[in-house]
Design a protein around this ligand. Structure first.
Ligand code: TRP
Length: 336
Protein backbone atom coordinates (compact mmCIF):
# COMPACT_ATOMS: atom_id res chain seq x y z
CA UNK A 1 0.00 0.00 0.00
CA UNK A 2 1.46 3.37 -0.91
CA UNK A 3 1.54 5.91 1.88
CA UNK A 4 -1.60 7.99 2.11
CA UNK A 5 -0.66 11.59 1.38
CA UNK A 6 -0.55 13.39 4.67
CA UNK A 7 -2.26 16.77 5.04
CA UNK A 8 0.16 19.66 4.92
CA UNK A 9 1.08 21.99 7.74
CA UNK A 10 3.22 25.08 7.49
CA UNK A 11 4.71 27.48 9.97
CA UNK A 12 7.53 29.98 10.24
CA UNK A 13 9.70 31.55 12.89
CA UNK A 14 11.76 34.72 12.73
CA UNK A 15 15.55 34.71 13.10
CA UNK A 16 15.57 37.82 15.25
CA UNK A 17 17.65 36.56 18.17
CA UNK A 18 20.86 34.68 18.83
CA UNK A 19 18.87 31.88 20.44
CA UNK A 20 15.31 30.67 20.70
CA UNK A 21 13.87 30.99 24.17
CA UNK A 22 11.61 28.76 26.22
CA UNK A 23 8.53 30.59 25.02
CA UNK A 24 9.40 29.75 21.40
CA UNK A 25 10.23 26.18 22.26
CA UNK A 26 7.36 25.24 24.54
CA UNK A 27 4.87 27.48 22.79
CA UNK A 28 5.62 26.38 19.24
CA UNK A 29 8.59 24.21 18.31
CA UNK A 30 7.70 21.33 20.57
CA UNK A 31 4.30 21.03 18.92
CA UNK A 32 5.88 21.28 15.48
CA UNK A 33 7.94 18.23 16.31
CA UNK A 34 4.84 16.19 17.17
CA UNK A 35 3.03 17.30 14.01
CA UNK A 36 5.55 15.42 11.90
CA UNK A 37 3.86 12.11 12.65
CA UNK A 38 0.55 13.00 11.08
CA UNK A 39 1.29 15.76 8.60
CA UNK A 40 3.58 16.77 5.79
CA UNK A 41 5.29 19.80 7.32
CA UNK A 42 6.93 22.86 5.82
CA UNK A 43 8.86 24.88 8.39
CA UNK A 44 10.81 27.95 7.46
CA UNK A 45 12.97 30.71 8.87
CA UNK A 46 11.18 33.99 8.18
CA UNK A 47 14.17 36.17 7.34
CA UNK A 48 12.17 38.48 5.08
CA UNK A 49 10.02 39.27 8.08
CA UNK A 50 13.14 40.14 10.06
CA UNK A 51 13.49 43.23 7.86
CA UNK A 52 10.22 44.72 9.06
CA UNK A 53 11.92 46.23 12.08
CA UNK A 54 15.46 47.50 12.43
CA UNK A 55 17.87 44.61 12.06
CA UNK A 56 21.60 44.04 12.07
CA UNK A 57 22.74 42.90 8.59
CA UNK A 58 25.95 41.52 10.08
CA UNK A 59 24.00 39.12 12.26
CA UNK A 60 21.11 38.04 10.06
CA UNK A 61 22.80 35.23 8.13
CA UNK A 62 24.28 33.69 11.28
CA UNK A 63 21.01 34.00 13.16
CA UNK A 64 19.28 32.28 10.27
CA UNK A 65 21.73 29.38 10.47
CA UNK A 66 21.43 29.19 14.24
CA UNK A 67 17.64 29.15 13.93
CA UNK A 68 17.77 26.31 11.42
CA UNK A 69 20.21 24.33 13.57
CA UNK A 70 17.92 24.75 16.56
CA UNK A 71 14.92 23.46 14.63
CA UNK A 72 16.85 20.30 13.87
CA UNK A 73 18.20 20.03 17.43
CA UNK A 74 14.64 20.38 18.72
CA UNK A 75 13.63 17.35 16.70
CA UNK A 76 12.44 18.65 13.34
CA UNK A 77 13.55 15.85 11.08
CA UNK A 78 14.76 17.00 7.67
CA UNK A 79 13.67 13.67 6.19
CA UNK A 80 10.07 14.20 7.15
CA UNK A 81 9.88 18.00 7.08
CA UNK A 82 10.99 20.61 4.60
CA UNK A 83 13.16 23.07 6.52
CA UNK A 84 14.00 26.13 4.48
CA UNK A 85 14.87 29.81 4.48
CA UNK A 86 12.18 32.19 3.25
CA UNK A 87 14.52 34.43 1.24
CA UNK A 88 15.79 31.40 -0.71
CA UNK A 89 12.41 31.34 -2.44
CA UNK A 90 11.60 34.53 -4.34
CA UNK A 91 8.03 33.22 -4.65
CA UNK A 92 7.22 34.52 -1.17
CA UNK A 93 7.92 38.15 -2.02
CA UNK A 94 6.35 37.73 -5.45
CA UNK A 95 3.07 36.40 -4.17
CA UNK A 96 3.07 39.01 -1.40
CA UNK A 97 3.06 41.72 -4.07
CA UNK A 98 0.00 40.25 -5.72
CA UNK A 99 -1.74 39.93 -2.35
CA UNK A 100 -0.86 43.55 -1.55
CA UNK A 101 -3.04 44.48 -4.48
CA UNK A 102 -5.99 42.67 -2.91
CA UNK A 103 -5.61 44.08 0.59
CA UNK A 104 -7.44 47.19 1.71
CA UNK A 105 -5.40 49.84 3.46
CA UNK A 106 -7.93 49.97 6.27
CA UNK A 107 -7.94 46.21 6.51
CA UNK A 108 -4.17 46.14 7.01
CA UNK A 109 -4.34 48.97 9.50
CA UNK A 110 -6.68 46.97 11.73
CA UNK A 111 -4.00 44.36 12.45
CA UNK A 112 -3.35 44.58 16.16
CA UNK A 113 0.24 43.39 15.85
CA UNK A 114 1.02 46.36 13.63
CA UNK A 115 -0.64 48.65 16.16
CA UNK A 116 1.40 47.12 18.98
CA UNK A 117 4.70 47.10 17.14
CA UNK A 118 4.34 50.63 15.78
CA UNK A 119 3.00 52.09 19.04
CA UNK A 120 6.42 52.87 20.48
CA UNK A 121 7.86 55.02 17.72
CA UNK A 122 4.51 56.10 16.31
CA UNK A 123 2.92 54.97 13.06
CA UNK A 124 4.92 57.46 11.00
CA UNK A 125 8.21 55.87 12.05
CA UNK A 126 7.11 52.31 11.23
CA UNK A 127 8.19 50.86 7.90
CA UNK A 128 5.80 50.00 5.10
CA UNK A 129 7.21 46.49 5.42
CA UNK A 130 5.94 46.30 9.00
CA UNK A 131 2.55 47.43 7.76
CA UNK A 132 2.61 44.78 5.09
CA UNK A 133 3.99 42.04 7.37
CA UNK A 134 0.72 40.07 7.58
CA UNK A 135 0.34 40.12 3.80
CA UNK A 136 3.76 38.55 3.38
CA UNK A 137 2.72 36.04 6.01
CA UNK A 138 -0.40 35.28 3.99
CA UNK A 139 1.80 34.68 0.95
CA UNK A 140 4.05 32.35 3.01
CA UNK A 141 1.04 30.28 3.85
CA UNK A 142 -1.00 30.31 0.65
CA UNK A 143 1.91 29.26 -1.56
CA UNK A 144 1.90 25.82 0.05
CA UNK A 145 -1.86 25.25 0.25
CA UNK A 146 -1.56 23.82 3.76
CA UNK A 147 -4.51 22.48 5.67
CA UNK A 148 -3.26 23.76 9.02
CA UNK A 149 -1.02 26.55 10.23
CA UNK A 150 0.23 25.94 13.76
CA UNK A 151 0.65 29.33 15.45
CA UNK A 152 0.14 30.96 18.81
CA UNK A 153 -3.01 32.80 19.75
CA UNK A 154 -1.36 36.14 18.87
CA UNK A 155 -1.30 35.13 15.20
CA UNK A 156 -5.01 34.35 14.91
CA UNK A 157 -5.83 37.67 13.27
CA UNK A 158 -3.15 37.17 10.63
CA UNK A 159 -4.65 33.79 9.83
CA UNK A 160 -8.04 35.37 9.40
CA UNK A 161 -6.58 37.91 7.01
CA UNK A 162 -4.91 35.06 5.13
CA UNK A 163 -8.24 33.29 4.72
CA UNK A 164 -9.95 36.51 3.61
CA UNK A 165 -7.29 37.15 0.99
CA UNK A 166 -7.44 33.57 -0.25
CA UNK A 167 -11.18 33.78 -0.58
CA UNK A 168 -11.00 37.15 -2.33
CA UNK A 169 -8.47 35.89 -4.83
CA UNK A 170 -10.45 32.71 -5.48
CA UNK A 171 -13.59 34.75 -6.00
CA UNK A 172 -12.09 37.50 -8.13
CA UNK A 173 -10.00 35.24 -10.37
CA UNK A 174 -10.42 31.52 -10.07
CA UNK A 175 -10.25 29.02 -7.24
CA UNK A 176 -6.53 28.80 -6.57
CA UNK A 177 -5.93 28.79 -2.84
CA UNK A 178 -6.99 26.43 -0.15
CA UNK A 179 -8.40 28.16 2.94
CA UNK A 180 -5.98 27.24 5.72
CA UNK A 181 -7.18 26.60 9.22
CA UNK A 182 -5.35 27.89 12.24
CA UNK A 183 -4.06 25.17 14.52
CA UNK A 184 -3.83 27.22 17.66
CA UNK A 185 -1.25 25.75 19.92
CA UNK A 186 -2.25 24.49 23.31
CA UNK A 187 -2.99 27.13 25.90
CA UNK A 188 -0.95 25.16 28.45
CA UNK A 189 2.20 26.10 26.61
CA UNK A 190 1.83 29.81 27.25
CA UNK A 191 5.15 30.70 28.81
CA UNK A 192 5.49 34.00 30.66
CA UNK A 193 8.43 36.11 31.75
CA UNK A 194 10.26 34.68 34.80
CA UNK A 195 10.62 38.11 36.36
CA UNK A 196 7.30 39.61 35.33
CA UNK A 197 4.79 36.79 35.03
CA UNK A 198 2.05 39.16 33.85
CA UNK A 199 3.69 39.34 30.44
CA UNK A 200 4.58 36.82 27.80
CA UNK A 201 8.20 35.64 27.62
CA UNK A 202 9.39 37.52 24.57
CA UNK A 203 12.58 38.81 23.15
CA UNK A 204 11.28 42.34 22.80
CA UNK A 205 9.55 42.63 26.17
CA UNK A 206 11.59 40.53 28.60
CA UNK A 207 14.67 41.47 30.58
CA UNK A 208 17.58 39.01 30.33
CA UNK A 209 16.66 37.55 33.73
CA UNK A 210 13.09 36.97 32.64
CA UNK A 211 13.88 35.01 29.52
CA UNK A 212 15.46 31.57 29.22
CA UNK A 213 17.47 31.26 26.04
CA UNK A 214 17.95 27.68 24.96
CA UNK A 215 21.56 28.29 24.01
CA UNK A 216 22.51 30.03 27.26
CA UNK A 217 25.12 28.46 29.47
CA UNK A 218 23.09 25.88 31.45
CA UNK A 219 24.50 27.26 34.71
CA UNK A 220 23.04 30.68 33.89
CA UNK A 221 19.73 29.05 33.01
CA UNK A 222 19.61 27.14 36.30
CA UNK A 223 20.20 30.37 38.16
CA UNK A 224 17.41 32.13 36.29
CA UNK A 225 14.98 29.37 37.22
CA UNK A 226 16.02 29.47 40.85
CA UNK A 227 15.55 33.24 40.96
CA UNK A 228 12.23 33.30 39.11
CA UNK A 229 9.63 35.55 40.73
CA UNK A 230 6.97 33.60 42.61
CA UNK A 231 4.81 35.06 45.40
CA UNK A 232 4.79 35.49 49.16
CA UNK A 233 2.87 32.27 49.67
CA UNK A 234 4.72 28.95 50.03
CA UNK A 235 2.32 26.47 48.45
CA UNK A 236 3.10 25.00 45.04
CA UNK A 237 -0.26 25.29 43.30
CA UNK A 238 -1.57 26.15 39.86
CA UNK A 239 -3.53 29.40 39.67
CA UNK A 240 -2.67 31.64 36.76
CA UNK A 241 -4.54 34.59 38.29
CA UNK A 242 -3.24 34.52 41.83
CA UNK A 243 0.02 32.66 41.32
CA UNK A 244 1.20 33.42 37.79
CA UNK A 245 4.89 32.86 38.58
CA UNK A 246 4.48 29.44 40.18
CA UNK A 247 1.94 28.42 37.53
CA UNK A 248 4.42 29.30 34.80
CA UNK A 249 7.10 27.17 36.45
CA UNK A 250 4.63 24.31 36.77
CA UNK A 251 3.84 24.60 33.07
CA UNK A 252 7.50 24.48 32.16
CA UNK A 253 8.08 21.55 34.51
CA UNK A 254 5.11 19.65 33.20
CA UNK A 255 5.88 20.14 29.51
CA UNK A 256 9.50 19.13 29.91
CA UNK A 257 8.79 15.99 31.89
CA UNK A 258 5.37 14.97 30.60
CA UNK A 259 4.21 14.81 34.20
CA UNK A 260 0.84 16.43 34.73
CA UNK A 261 0.51 19.64 36.71
CA UNK A 262 -1.71 17.83 39.24
CA UNK A 263 0.92 15.18 39.70
CA UNK A 264 3.58 17.83 40.31
CA UNK A 265 1.39 19.78 42.72
CA UNK A 266 0.83 16.58 44.71
CA UNK A 267 4.54 15.74 44.64
CA UNK A 268 5.47 19.16 46.10
CA UNK A 269 2.76 19.18 48.74
CA UNK A 270 4.36 20.35 51.97
CA UNK A 271 7.64 21.34 50.30
CA UNK A 272 8.64 24.93 49.71
CA UNK A 273 9.46 26.87 46.59
CA UNK A 274 13.18 26.26 47.10
CA UNK A 275 12.93 22.51 46.53
CA UNK A 276 10.54 22.98 43.67
CA UNK A 277 12.70 25.50 41.84
CA UNK A 278 15.88 23.52 42.52
CA UNK A 279 14.38 20.38 40.99
CA UNK A 280 13.02 22.32 38.04
CA UNK A 281 16.43 23.89 37.48
CA UNK A 282 17.86 20.34 37.21
CA UNK A 283 15.13 19.29 34.78
CA UNK A 284 15.76 22.34 32.62
CA UNK A 285 19.53 21.81 32.60
CA UNK A 286 19.02 18.19 31.59
CA UNK A 287 16.94 19.36 28.68
CA UNK A 288 19.02 22.30 27.44
CA UNK A 289 22.44 20.62 27.67
CA UNK A 290 21.97 18.07 24.84
CA UNK A 291 19.96 20.60 22.85
CA UNK A 292 22.79 23.08 23.02
CA UNK A 293 25.41 20.45 22.19
CA UNK A 294 23.48 19.26 19.15
CA UNK A 295 22.98 22.81 17.90
CA UNK A 296 26.68 23.57 18.18
CA UNK A 297 27.53 20.32 16.46
CA UNK A 298 25.30 21.23 13.52
CA UNK A 299 26.76 24.71 13.34
CA UNK A 300 30.28 23.31 13.35
CA UNK A 301 29.51 21.07 10.38
CA UNK A 302 28.30 23.76 8.02
CA UNK A 303 28.00 21.34 5.10
CA UNK A 304 25.32 19.22 6.69
CA UNK A 305 23.26 22.25 7.60
CA UNK A 306 23.64 23.81 4.16
CA UNK A 307 22.57 20.54 2.57
CA UNK A 308 19.46 20.37 4.75
CA UNK A 309 18.49 23.91 3.78
CA UNK A 310 19.16 23.26 0.12
CA UNK A 311 16.99 20.15 0.13
CA UNK A 312 14.32 22.00 2.09
CA UNK A 313 14.30 24.80 -0.46
CA UNK A 314 13.98 22.29 -3.29
CA UNK A 315 10.99 20.62 -1.67
CA UNK A 316 9.45 24.01 -1.02
CA UNK A 317 10.11 25.29 -4.52
CA UNK A 318 8.40 22.30 -6.10
CA UNK A 319 5.18 23.41 -4.43
CA UNK A 320 5.58 27.19 -4.32
CA UNK A 321 6.57 27.68 -7.94
CA UNK A 322 3.47 25.85 -9.14
CA UNK A 323 1.17 27.95 -7.02
CA UNK A 324 2.84 31.16 -8.15
CA UNK A 325 2.62 30.12 -11.80
CA UNK A 326 -1.13 29.62 -11.37
CA UNK A 327 -1.43 33.01 -9.70
CA UNK A 328 0.55 34.83 -12.39
CA UNK A 329 -1.56 33.18 -15.04
CA UNK A 330 -4.81 34.08 -13.32
CA UNK A 331 -4.03 37.73 -12.68
CA UNK A 332 -3.26 38.05 -16.41
CA UNK A 333 0.52 38.49 -16.59
CA UNK A 334 2.16 37.89 -19.94
CA UNK A 335 4.10 34.62 -19.82
CA UNK A 336 7.85 35.12 -19.60
N1 TRP B 1 4.37 35.96 12.26
C1 TRP B 1 4.81 34.70 12.76
C2 TRP B 1 5.22 34.89 14.21
O1 TRP B 1 5.69 35.93 14.59
C3 TRP B 1 5.98 34.15 11.96
C4 TRP B 1 5.53 33.80 10.60
C5 TRP B 1 5.88 34.39 9.43
C6 TRP B 1 4.62 32.75 10.27
N2 TRP B 1 5.26 33.80 8.39
C7 TRP B 1 4.48 32.79 8.86
C8 TRP B 1 3.91 31.81 11.03
C9 TRP B 1 3.63 31.90 8.22
C10 TRP B 1 3.07 30.92 10.36
C11 TRP B 1 2.93 30.98 8.96
O2 TRP B 1 5.11 33.95 14.98
Amino acid sequence: MPDQPRPRVLSGIQPTADSFHFGNYLGALRQWVDLQDEFEPFFFIADLHALTVEHDPKKLAERTRVAAAQLIAAGIDPERSAIFVQSHLPEHAELAWVLNSLTGFGEARRMTQFKDKSAKGGEGAASVALFSYPILQAADILLYRPQYVPVGEDQRQHLELTRDLAQRFNHRYKKTFRLPEPYILKETAKIVDLQDPTRKMSKSASSPAGIVDLLDDPKVTAKKIRSAVTDSDTVVAFDEEKKPGVSNLLTIYSTLTDRTVEDLVAAYDGKGYGDFKGDLADVVVEFVTPFRDRTHELLADGDELDAVLRRGAEKARAVASRTLADVYDRVGFLKA
